[in-house]
Design a binder for this molecule. Structure first.
Ligand SMILES: [Zn+2]
Length: 305
């Protein structure tokens, strides 16, 4: 509405001139800033007008799982939302039919690359995300001793183009206390296994079930609890305070030709060098090769505890 009145013979206009705006298609949010690998959901919406989504596009083409975005959910004709993990900046477009007319809406996605970690393998967004996915698949929040929480182990391969990926290697004997690692070929000819990896789905001090028996110096064998309330004692996790590896982990990596990486329940990543000139025997607690997550939703890692 507007108000017009004559004051001293001059036309004066006051108030706000409102005309009915046609409804429009929008994407919420219309822009989003992310760390690489963060998940975001985009929702197509109008104020009141019904609409039918006919296509989503990412930088002009149909979104597919790849390097720029992955773990896509919806993002197809008929779905008013599009969700995925984003690794590169770009423009998400929603095409819809509203009142018989094709309309478009846009959202910009800005992905800020993680700062360098100082470690060529951890500088790979793909590997960092895979490590976090393996940690999540270990069910770190499950009740200890129920058989749900399990370590997961694998190998990190280098492709001929210099990029890296983590390959999880299933093993039926794995528990929340230990994992066996079998060496397997990479996904493609020419991929080379360069380091080992396993998860520690417990924080220091948590009881850990499923540990193998220990043989003491006097030959006595100590058996540990395999399940809650099975009458045996469960040792407490202590690998983080031991430079990211149990005594067994350090012993295994030092008898190997390649380094080992671990990730703990709190998201800290450790590199256990096989070379004892880097971390001398007895000095494991001072292992300097440790990184922490930038924040709890980030796949960016920063050097240090
Ligand atoms: Zn371990």
């Amino acid at each position: 509405m507007y108000v017009e009145e004559m004051i001293a013979g001059v036309s004066q206009t006051a108030g706000v001139h409102v005309t009915a705006q046609p409804d429009s298609l929008r994407i919420n949010p219309s822009s989003k800033s992310l760390d690489p690998g963060n998940t975001a959901t985009f929702q197509a919406t109008t104020s009141t007008t019904p609409f039918t989504v006919t296509a989503w596009t990412w930088n002009g083409v149909a979104p597919t799982n790849g390097h720029a975005l992955t773990n896509l959910s919806a993002c197809t004709a008929g779905s008013s939302s599009c969700m995925g993990e984003f690794y590169e900046s770009g423009t998400l477009t929603c095409e819809a039919v509203m009142n018989g007319v094709t309309v478009l809406a846009f959202a910009t996605v800005t992905v800020t690359p993680c700062a360098a970690t100082g470690d060529s393998i951890l500088d790979s967004p793909e590997v960092r995300k895979q490590m976090l996915d393996e940690l999540a698949a270990s069910n770190p929040s499950a009740t200890p001793g129920t058989g749900v929480k399990k370590e997961r182990a694998g190998l990190i391969f280098k492709r001929p183009d210099g990029s890296y990926y983590l390959k999880y290697i299933p093993d039926s004997t794995t528990t929340e206390c230990f994992s066996h690692l079998q060496y397997v070929p990479g996904d493609s000819v020419g991929d080379v296994a360069i380091v080992t990896f396993h998860t520690h789905p417990s924080n220091d001090g948590d009881p850990v079930y499923g540990c193998p028996p220990d043989t003491l110096a006097n030959g006595r064998v100590v058996r540990w609890a395999q399940r809650r309330n099975d009458g045996l004692r469960a040792p407490r996790a202590n690998s983080s305070g031991n430079g990211g590896g149990s005594d067994q982990d350090w012993s295994v990596v030092r008898s190997s030709a390649i380094d080992g990486y671990t990730i703990s329940k709190d998201g800290h990543v450790y590199m256990l060098p096989h070379d004892t000139t880097q971390v001398p025997v007895g000095d494991e607690a001072n292992n300097p090769n440790v990184w922490h997550r930038k924040d709890k939703n980030s796949v960016c890692l920063k050097h240090g505890r």
